[in-house]
Design a protein around this ligand. Sequence first.
Ligand SMILES: [Zn+2]
Length: 357
Amino acid sequence: MMKDLIKDQYGLLYSSELLLSIILLIFIIGVVANLSDGLNEKMLSEEEILSLERIAIESSDYLLNNPGNPENWQEDVGSDNGMVSKKIIPGLAIKNKNVENSEFYSESASDEMIMSNAISYNKLIKIKNNYDSLVDGNLFNDSVRSSMAIYPLNSEIKPIEMGYNFDDEDDNVNDNEIVTVNRTVKCDFYSNFVVYNFNDLELYGDDYNKDMFCNHDSNPNLTNHSNEGKSLWLCKNFRVYKESLDEYNYYLISDESVKNTGTYWILESLNRTNENKEILNQEVIDLNPFLMEDLENSSENIYSIHFNVLKNRIDDFKTVLVAIPKNMTDVLISNDEMNYDYFRVQDVNFILKAGYK
Ligand SMILES: [Zn+2]
């Protein structure tokens, strides 16, 4: 009994000594590790920073000047379910589209031309939703951590940020070891859904000449829409196929300022003419119910839309006719993007940040 106790006392002494030295050891390791961490941070050489800078600049140039590889990579089904192919190299550039009255219309452009410094909003959102695989993995080969963002100059449009959060307070990344590339570019947002930009008449102002046939001018039973006096008529025709209504939602979208312009509008089909002009004071008008009425029993129809705008309020008349794919409509509504500004090409600051892991 007595022997056991002594033995225990020795044992206890022995083990508390061991415990103390283990604690001391852990403490020393901790201090050394911390020290060497600190040393490593300061040790990032000028060469390493230059090389990081080169990576960031070259990647930005690639992203902004190439549509990516394959160039329609955003249509890859994997980008919707997080199973992105390792072969995709993302790019943001827009291939020039030769569509009349669209934002990117240019008579001389060939279909193969890449818009310089113009990025696709759709591609940017695909990158945001698959950042780890497309950027960290495929673009940077997991060698750096990075973030991307666009900051629209128009404050009506929300910034988009993605990737690593370098601003995180808990993270001790030294600011000197992050490189930042900042470029002002154009972003298309939803301008490719635009069928007509009615405020193109800004370009003509008082000298605006109707370049399109208006059925009201040739039909003696209808009020003539020729332009004289304080207001002007802007009239456009467009064809809609019955199948289009299955795929697209047609909307008339106006800037908030339209409410102050005293603009009247008429929507009619050529066999259902209408004289009753209505005041245009809603920012979003769903046109599908109206279009549907004429397409119940026919496969296509021609519609005409007429605006009567006061000449001295033309600058505030900002209205577009858009056809939004049905599967996108809910996205735009839930993101609060059914606003006129989202259907215009906008200047944005593109920011790419990169740091070593
Ligand atoms: Zn007209």
